[in-house]
Design a protein around this ligand. Structure first.
Ligand SMILES: NC(=O)c1ccc[n+]([C@@H]2O[C@H](COP(=O)([O-])OP(=O)(O)OC[C@H]3O[C@@H](n4cnc5c(N)ncnc54)[C@H](O)[C@@H]3O)[C@@H](O)[C@H]2O)c1
Length: 336
């Protein structure tokens, strides 16, 4: 079988997860190039993996015969680069979020459709054993309907996290702070499980501990859905450590409590079921809170390009979470 020709665009922190996943999928894909406008970063991985370095994404897409690119760039560039690729008939896997703007993400989905290419968005936590365990219990009706939900994220992003970056902590390039960067995963998981349309959004945000940036480092709110579910969230990155996230779903037949690695269901009849992440492995340069499920999502993305499987986290489907994230900012900033 001819292998898919892949390039990674953006060779910063998260790119290690993508390189790792490409090599784990080496039965169907091969890395042929990497690109970063910081030459030393592109050169580092080009040398390490014996592939060509590019310093401009247009040069890459104009000169290489590619089947797909992985976008690991600052948020404001995601759909700009994705659309350039779609127009060259190249499939795209974009890191979250889709963009910093809803309309641009919506437009990118339309362009991908027009050029008949796959557009995947990374939400790797949906592949965690704990999330799959709770989702299965809901789909099978074991938990009954969700009545209410809560997610809590208490993490740490020291000032250096922002000062060492030329885009993190900015409204125009990152599009926000703790919501769009860190809490997006927990909000996505809960939103996906509730599977209804938000009809009322309350959101308060503040910058309480990072004088170095203007974006929010703390947010809380309540989202009410068309199906009646009420979802409260709290997120902050002033804690000093990255605690496991906490998600609780209060349901008709019990309560589901899960984090990234562990999941418990306490049924009303006293029965308890639990799951713990299997096959945990660490990846050089990776962070525990990223997990290691990129490879699983990337297998699905490649299989979808090859026509073996349906694309799971498609741009079209991920617009639901993206709309919610953008609306949280509109409400939190007083624009809605
Ligand atoms: N899924 C996850 O759990 C997870 C975790 C961390 C980061 N991310 C996402 O990954 C993306 C990248 O985040 P990061 O932490 O790796 O950031 P980063 O700043 O470390 O990496 C971004 C890279 O893009 C490069 N770049 C900037 N402009 C460019 C351009 N015009 N052309 C080519 N390269 C350019 C930068 O030089 C940098 O090396 C973001 O979308 C972020 O939200 C996802």
């Amino acid at each position: 079988m001819k292998k898919l020709r892949i390039a990674v665009v953006g060779c910063g922190r998260i790119s290690v997860m993508h390189f790792d996943a490409i090599f784990l999928n080496d039965d169907k894909a091969e890395l042929v190039a990497c690109c970063d406008n910081k030459h030393d970063r592109a050169d580092k991985y080009a040398k390490k993996y014996h592939v060509k370095a590019y310093y401009n994404y247009k040069d890459l897409l104009d000169n290489e015969e590619l089947d797909a690119i992985h976008i690991c760039l600052p948020h404001y560039l995601h759909t700009v680069v994705a659309e350039y690729a779609f127009k060259k008939h190249v499939n795209v896997l974009s890191e979250k979020p889709m963009d910093i703007n809803y309309e641009k993400a919506f437009h990118a989905v339309a362009i991908a459709k027009k050029y008949n290419v796959k557009y995947g968005v990374v939400f790797q936590c949906r592949y965690n054993d704990s999330f799959q365990f709770v989702k299965k219990a809901l789909v099978e009706g074991k938990l009954g309907k969700i009545i209410s939900a809560i997610s809590i994220l208490t993490w740490s992003r020291p000032d250096e996290y922002y000062s060492e970056s030329d885009w993190k902590g900015t409204w125009d390039k990152e599009g926000g702070g703790v919501i769009i960067d860190q809490a997006i995963h927990s909000i996505d998981m809960v939103n996906k499980l509730i599977d209804s349309k938000p009809v009322k959004i309350d959101c308060h945000m503040a910058n309480r501990g990072h004088d170095i940036v203007k974006v929010e480092d703390c947010a809380e709110g309540l989202i009410t859905y068309e199906n009646g579910v009420k979802y409260s969230f709290y997120a902050m990155n002033n804690f000093g450590d990255d605690e496991p996230i906490q998600i609780k779903l209060f349901c008709e037949k019990g309560k589901a409590v899960f984090s990234y690695d562990d999941g418990y269901i306490y049924f009303n009849d006293g029965k308890v079921e639990e799951v713990h992440q299997q096959n945990v492995r660490s990846i050089e340069g990776g962070k525990d809170y990223w997990g290691f499920m990129h490879s699983k999502q990337i297998t699905n993305f490649y299989n979808a390009i090859l026509g073996i499987e349906e694309l799971e986290n498609s741009g079209e489907e991920c617009l639901k979470t993206h709309r919610l994230i953008c609306d949280l900012y509109k409400v939190g900033r007083g624009d809605l």
